[in-house]
Design a protein. Structure first.
Length: 88
């Protein structure tokens, strides 16, 4: 769907090329695998490696509302779309 007027967007349109990503998945043996499925994963894409690394740091840190001893129970992996990365 095209947008008639860009100024009507709530936020700017994402850049067309986002070759740097983070794959989020569950570690083996995690109980949530029974709910989400053994092959559950989510990918987040960013325009620059710096944006990706900042998001990865934010995702994997211990948040202030976490209980003492809690750690994120997710696996984070840096990924890249090589063809898009070379096109830049």
């Amino acid at each position: 769907m095209t947008i008639a007027h860009d100024h009507n967007l709530h936020r700017p349109a994402p850049p067309p090329v986002r070759p740097y990503g983070i794959r989020v998945s569950l570690p083996p043996g995690d109980p949530f695998r029974r709910l989400l499925g053994e092959d559950w994963q989510r990918e987040h894409w960013y325009a620059t490696a710096g944006e990706r690394d900042a998001a990865l740091h934010e995702m994997s840190r211990r948040h202030e509302y976490s209980r003492i001893g809690d750690r994120p129970a997710l696996t984070f992996e840096r990924i890249q779309k090589l063809a898009e990365g070379r096109a830049r």
